[in-house]
Write a protein that binds this ligand. Structure first.
Ligand SMILES: CC(C)(COP(=O)(O)OP(=O)(O)OC[C@H]1O[C@@H](n2cnc3c(N)ncnc32)[C@H](O)[C@@H]1OP(=O)(O)O)[C@@H](O)C(=O)NCCC(=O)NCCS
Length: 142
C-alpha cells in the first residue's frame, strides 16, 4: 500500500487500507481505479505502491503478501501461445519501475524484478531478474 511518509496521498491510502481490511476487495479495487487511475485485482492483502501512478494489474492476477509495485508496472494477461494466462506473484516480491510481467508465470517469493524488465518466464524464489527478456542478474563479481 502506498504509505510513504510525507506522501500527500497517505490519508487516502489509510482509508484504502481500511477498506481492504474491511474485506471489501472489489469495492477497494473500484475505488482505487476511480481515484488513482490504477487498475488492480480484488486484493486479499495490502500492496505497497511506492509511487502509485500508471500501475495496471490484470483483475485475475493473484498477488501475495507484502508485494511492492513501483510506478509504471504492468502485470498482465497473455491471450495466446505458450503460457497464455496471468501471472501469480509470490509473497515479498518487489517489482521496480516500468517492468512488465505477463503470462501464466510465477514470480517466486522474495524475487525482485528490475526496472524496465520484461518477464515472460517463471522467476525462482529469491531471484533478481533484469532486462528484456528478463534474465537472472549475474554480477561481474560472481
Ligand atoms: C535490479 C536491482 C534490484 C538489483 O539490486 P542488487 O541485487 O542490489 O544488485 P546491484 O545493484 O548491486 O547490481 C549487481 C550487478 O548487476 C548489475 N545490474 C544491476 N541492474 C542491472 C540491469 N538492469 N541490467 C544489467 N545489469 C544490472 C550491476 O551493474 C552490478 O554489476 P557489477 O557487480 O558487475 O558491478 C537494482 O540494481 C535496481 O535496479 N534497483 C531498482 C532501483 C530503482 O528502480 N529505483 C527507482 C525507484 S523509483
Amino acid at each position: 500500500m502506498a504509505h510513504v511518509s510525507g506522501d500527500p496521498l497517505s490519508k487516502l491510502n489509510r482509508l484504502i487500507v481500511w477498506l481492504c481490511m474491511a474485506r471489501r476487495p472489489r469495492f477497494f479495487a473500484k475505488a482505487v481505479q476511480l481515484v488513482f487511475h490504477i487498475e488492480l485485482p480484488p486484493l486479499l492483502h495490502p500492496v505497497r505502491m511506492a509511487h502509485p501512478y500508471c500501475i495496471v494489474v490484470n483483475p485475475a492476477v493473484q498477488l501475495g503478501k507484502n508485494v511492492t509495485l513501483f510506478q509504471g508496472v504492468t502485470i498482465g494477461g497473455k491471450r495466446t501461445g505458450r503460457r497464455a494466462g496471468v501471472p501469480t506473484i509470490g509473497d515479498d516480491v518487489v517489482i521496480y519501475a516500468n517492468a512488465v510481467v505477463v503470462g501464466a508465470i510465477t514470480i517466486g517469493a522474495g524475487a525482485q524484478v528490475g526496472p524496465g524488465a520484461v518477464v515472460y518466464e517463471d522467476v525462482p524464489p529469491g531471484c533478481t531478474v533484469v532486462g528484456n527478456p528478463a534474465r537472472p542478474l549475474v554480477s561481474k563479481g560472481d
